[in-house]
Design a binder for this molecule. Structure first.
Ligand code: AMP
Ligand code: MG
Length: 466
């Protein structure tokens, strides 16, 4: 036996134990369906995230044990005893869809670590009652794209789910947006909750206020424990406010990473604000607010520059769902400071990515200096069509002359348009000398993940299994 038995023998110091009763069972059968995983013809391990495994005490699983749990989906001892397809609805491109739910995934296990409740959930693990005619599968390329997104976003400081495991399954799939037949994979994701805005929306649609209250208590107990002393209307208000602030922060980190999620439907929004579900995402080549990631987003609803507004719209849908149980919630008041929190997080993450510290003590002056920096930075990027990631790289630690002259876009930094921004950068201090000296910044080019770079990483895998 692995899992619990293994951990009792040799506990890892960063890990609490696997739960004997997974918290999800507190919600009860109105919230999920027990499902059976698909049986796959072959198992080829393609990705094992050892660091993530360590977080949940599974880093010492043997290769056979890993396969047994994350390909055959035999339950972990003492954990969820049969996979659970979670029930949810959601707004897709702002149209309400009551036919969603885990259509190709399920909740497989939960872990209470010292700091967080973490879930292992799947993608591509077979059909469920919510598959709506879909095959319940994931393409290997989809899994590959999700690995790259989660790793790069994490390195940029984005609050993101982690890719835990990927097996290639030996099946082939037909997809209209990939050369087909194409290879299949099954992915396991490590996530801080799989409760979506749409989980609440479904209960509002079904007119189940008592279940909304139950779900709210579950979310507060496990994800917002600082609110446990509050009750009813006040609790709902503070919960919505906390979600709003957390989501504002995550959105700010996307914007400072040049990241376009692509499908910001309410079923893809986690109540912990953890970013997840990476389908047709893109990273910006150059700053362009209208840049749209998903080919099926024909109106550009979820383009780069609209992400904050889309997220705010989604928050109102979450709020409206909670109104079913708490009719007096004042959503305009609750979400009134979304913009301010978002902007201050933009400042925070811009400085973090640039390794800069604002030296001004007086809050209004400090705020204005941050506004100048961010405004001038984005104006410069827009006017000069500079490479998004390269610009952040070049200006890391203030835009030091030797770095600027080494850059593939060095000519831009001799232009008049850069002068004002350079003067503003000079008003800041370096936040960390250690970061400033990191060998990564001795390179000429930034590490980026533009679509052609992603495709060129995929090609040898597709052509030669390399
Ligand atoms: P997504 O666009 O990945 O957020 O998925 C939206 C909805 O479609 C969810 O209910 C998914 O479970 C479902 N879905 C997506 N792809 C498939 C598939 N290949 N088979 C079954 N359901 C799917
Ligand atoms: Mg989704």
């Amino acid at each position: 036996m692995v899992g619990l038995a293994f951990q009792l023998r040799k506990p890892h110091k960063r890990t609490m134990s696997v739960l004997t009763t997974a918290p999800i069972y507190e919600l009860g059968p109105d919230f999920y369906d027990e499902v059976s995983p698909a049986t796959f013809p072959h198992a080829t391990l393609r990705y094992r995230n050892q660091q993530a495994a360590q977080e949940v005490g599974l880093s010492e699983l043997t290769a056979d044990e890993w396969q047994k749990h994350f390909w055959a989906f035999q339950p972990l001892p003492g954990n969820i005893h049969k996979p659970l397809a979670l029930r949810y609805h959601g707004h897709q491109f702002q149209s309400y869809n009551p036919q969603l739910g885990d259509g190709r995934g399920f909740l497989f296990a939960q872990f209470q670590t010292a700091s967080k409740l973490l879930d292992l959930g799947t993608k591509g693990s077979g059909q469920t009652p919510y598959s709506r005619g879909g095959d319940g599968r994931l393409t290997l390329k989809g899994a590959f794209r999700e690995i790259l997104a989660t790793e790069l976003l994490e390195s940029y400081g984005v609050n993101t789910s982690k890719t835990f495991s990927v097996f290639e399954t030996g099946e082939t799939l037909e997809r209209h947006d990939e050369p087909s037949p194409t290879r299949a994979g099954v992915l396991v994701r490590l996530s801080h909750s799989h409760i979506r805005f749409g989980t609440f929306q479904r209960l509002a649609y079904l007119k189940e206020p008592e279940n909304i209250k139950k779900l709210l208590s579950y979310c507060v107990k496990h994800y917002y424990p600082q609110l446990t002393l509050y009750k009813d209307h006040e609790l709902a208000t503070l919960f919505l406010q906390a979600v709003s602030h957390a989501v504002a922060e995550t959105t700010a980190t996307w914007m400072m990473s040049g990241f376009v999620h692509g499908v910001l439907n309410t079923d893809n929004m986690n109540i912990t604000a953890e970013s997840f579900d990476y389908g047709p995402y893109r990273f910006l080549p150059t700053y362009d607010p209208r840049f749209t990631a998903a080919y099926f987003d024909q109106t550009g609803l979820y383009c780069f520059g609209r992400q904050p507004a889309s997220v705010r719209w989604n928050l109102y849908q979450l709020g409206a769902a909670l109104q079913t149980a708490f009719p007096d919630l004042s959503l305009d008041e609750i979400f009134a400071d979304f913009g301010e929190v978002f902007t201050s997080q933009v400042h925070h993450y811009a400085l973090k990515r640039l390794n800069l510290r604002n030296p001004l003590q007086e809050p209004t002056q400090a705020w204005e200096l941050n506004v100048s920096l961010v405004t001038q930075l984005f104006q410069f990027m827009e006017e000069e069509k500079s490479l998004f990631e390269q610009t952040f790289f070049d200006l890391h630690s203030g835009g030091q002359p030797e770095r600027l002259t080494r850059s593939p876009q060095k000519d831009l930094y001799t232009k008049e348009s850069f002068k004002k921004l350079h003067d503003t950068l000079d008003c800041f201090e370096i936040a960390s000398e250690e970061r400033a000296q990191h060998p990564y910044f001795e390179k000429e080019t930034a590490c980026s993940l533009l679509i052609d770079e992603l495709e060129s990483l995929w090609k040898p895998i597709a052509d030669n299994d390399d």
